[in-house]
Ligand binder design. Sequence first.
Ligand SMILES: [Zn+2]
Length: 140
Amino acid sequence: MGITFNDPFRPAIAAAEELYPNLSLKIVLVDGLVDLGGFAATAFPDDGGPAHIEIDHELPLHAVAITLLHELAHAVVGLEDGHGKKWEEAFMQLAHGYAKHMDGGSLDDDDLKNIKDDIRASRRADKAGISVKHVPGEAA
Ligand SMILES: [Zn+2]
């Protein structure tokens, strides 16, 4: 018994820790990112320190998992790949790990569609020049 909660953060973090044991980063909830055009961003400090992921508190709960997985993939592959192939592969690995840690299951067709839609939208934004430097305050 007790209290159960399908926390969308913990399974994403568990997947990242399992897949990338040397990954070091900080995840922070922030205010005001939405006003600057995005719900989340991944920042890579100039001093080479650990990346940090900012998530705006206005991000809808139903979008937390995919947004966090998207940003974790950026943190894993670094700035150079943008929304490229390496980023996509990390995103997919993290998503599969998320499903495993969330309910011991696997991604269903809806999950896969949502991920593919996110990837396409991110690449369209790249081409349109409306994303992404992955610094605080910019859309990611
Ligand atoms: Zn992104």
